[in-house]
Design a protein around this ligand. Structure first.
Ligand SMILES: *Cc1c(COP(=O)(O)O)cnc(C)c1O
Ligand SMILES: [Zn+2]
Length: 483
């Protein structure tokens, strides 16, 4: 039962390095360098460990020893208590604000909506992070790396949650970080914009969409030597691996049958795949869950490439001709990503290749769901107790679709990732439940949402005590009659 030794600074940093994902390049770089694409060939960069030289726990349950040491911030953090599995950082460089205190909740009401047997649907609620989304898992790791390389100015392009997390980490820590945020115009949910502004980030609003903002932030970071915090940053993904460790932990270290996650820039799905590749390699798990990545129909690049055009990982030689052809078609037709699920409103997912690797290792499937399906699922998630934003509900809508197709069985054990908090996007929620038809049309009708079948409408009553009492009685009767 004795624990294992904490890696020393020297050993942990030497045994970690960065490597180009492209097998015909495979260039390697030190952990003390910052590259957001391979300087030789431009491909994605991966963080790689020489595990034989690192102290790795014998069993996942060894991590339980950290629970009794929760006064140590590195044992308290839901990311860094697993730091033997992301051993790139010396302990005295780690930037943490207590992220990752999240919840795996059994959700029977939502499970019934999805079509699961009682007890078989679980929701991993990442909205409990300090900035209200899973992005904090990645930010703590990327800020740690930024601190290791001495960066001060940090930037990202964002559909909202990355910038919110970036702003929180800059304002809540004392290492001299300055936040610069690029957002597309009119594309950011109010809860998220509010965070960027409230936490004091320099917020640059570009006339364009997320994909435009992403292109610009890369150019500007290159030119000005600013540290890039988007999920092309491989250290972000190291932190996001821990979402899977916490799912296993909350499940008594048992591996579920399915992990279902929304897909935007595909950082999360890529990170989850890497987590399982490494856990399997280390002999810490004996089976691997299947991975389902869910696109919004209005931002369906992954589903189109994977499900329709059969683009695969192929040991890192994914079919770039097919990928390029699809992007050319998007450009030629002038199609822009469009969905109420703004966090996944992305047509050029930067981590596509890493996600293909995850899908291959986890025998994955990809699906797309409409905004109607997303909003209905979101309402059921809310009624089940844990509110989420639209993008998060894509996981539940996707699980329901896969259940209906028979790909997921009612007896499977399914974990849906709720990526972000309900209050991130109150506009969508109020438009769905509210009684204002004009607002419904403006916010949701324009997205092809026709019905609010699970709406919980506010009741409008005159300002009169008898009327109010009569109305409450009426609704209580209607409820008990309906039940
Ligand atoms: C960023 C984000 C996503 C998309 O995650 P990727 O890793 O980019 O695929 C989904 N949901 C929410 C709430 C997000 O903030
Ligand atoms: Zn390369």
């Amino acid at each position: 039962m004795a624990g294992y030794s904490i890696p020393t600074t020297e050993r942990s940093t030497e045994a970690a390095y960065q490597q180009c994902l492209n097998p015909s390049c495979s260039a390697t770089f030190g952990i003390d360098e910052a590259h957001f694409s391979c300087p030789k060939c431009g491909d994605l960069v991966d963080v790689v460990y020489d595990w034989d030289r690192l102290p790795v726990p014998r069993a996942l349950s060894d991590f339980e020893a950290k629970w009794s040491r929760r006064l140590d911030p590195l044992c308290f953090s839901g990311v860094w208590r697993f730091r033997e599995l992301l051993p790139f950082a010396p302990a005295d460089r780690i930037v943490t604000i207590g992220e990752g205190q999240t919840l795996l909740q059994r959700a029977d009401k939502v499970g019934a909506f999805v079509g699961m047997s009682t007890g078989n649907l679980m929701l991993q609620y990442e909205g409990m992070n300090p900035s209200g989304s899973f992005k904090d898992n990645g930010m703590t790791a990327a800020f740690t790396h930024a601190r290791m390389v001495g960066a001060r100015r940090v930037a990202c392009a964002s559909t909202g949650n990355t910038s919110a997390a970036l702003a929180v980490y800059c304002s809540a820590t004392d290492h001299g970080f300055k936040a610069i945020i690029f957002i597309g115009s009119g594309k950011i949910a109010y809860g998220k914009l509010a965070q960027a502004l409230d936490h004091g980030a320099l917020t640059v609003q570009i006339v364009g969409d997320f994909d435009d903002a992403m292109t610009r932030v890369r150019e500007v970071s290159d030119r000005l030597g600013i540290y890039l915090m988007n999920s092309v940053n491989p250290f972000r993904l190291e932190g996001q691996k821990t979402i899977m460790y916490r799912v296993l932990e909350a499940n008594g270290w048992e591996v579920p049958d399915w992990i279902v996650v929304p897909g935007g820039n595909l950082g999360n799905s890529s990170a989850f795949g890497k987590a399982f590749i490494e856990l399997k390699h280390l002999g810490l798990i004996d089976r691997v869950p299947r991975l389902a990545v869910i696109n919004a129909a209005g931002a369906r690049t992954l589903n189109e490439l994977y499900s329709a055009r059969e683009v695969r990982w192929r040991s890192g030689l994914a079919d770039s001709a097919k990928i390029g052809a699809f992007y050319n078609e998007l450009d030629a037709s002038g199609v822009k990503a469009s969905t109420i699920a703004s966090a996944i409103e992305i047509n050029r997912p930067v981590n596509l290749k890493k996600c293909l690797r995850a899908l291959e290792f986890c025998d994955g499937v990809v699906r797309q769901v409409s905004d109607q399906q997303i909003m209905d699922a979101k309402a059921r998630v809310g009624a089940g107790g844990l509110g989420c934003e639209p993008a998060s509900a894509a996981s539940v809508a996707g699980a329901k679709l896969l259940r209906e197709e028979g790909v997921i069985a009612p007896s499977d054990r399914v974990v849906c990732i709720l990526t972000g908090h309900q209050l991130k996007d109150p506009t969508a929620t109020v438009a769905y439940h509210g009684a204002d038809q004009e607002n419904f049309e403006k916010v949701l009708g324009s997205r092809g949402v026709r019905r609010a079948g699970f709406a919980n409408r506010p009741v409008i009553v005159p300002n009169d005590l008898d009327d109010i009492i009569r109305t409450i009685a009426l609704y209580s009767e209607a409820e008990s009659a309906g039940a």
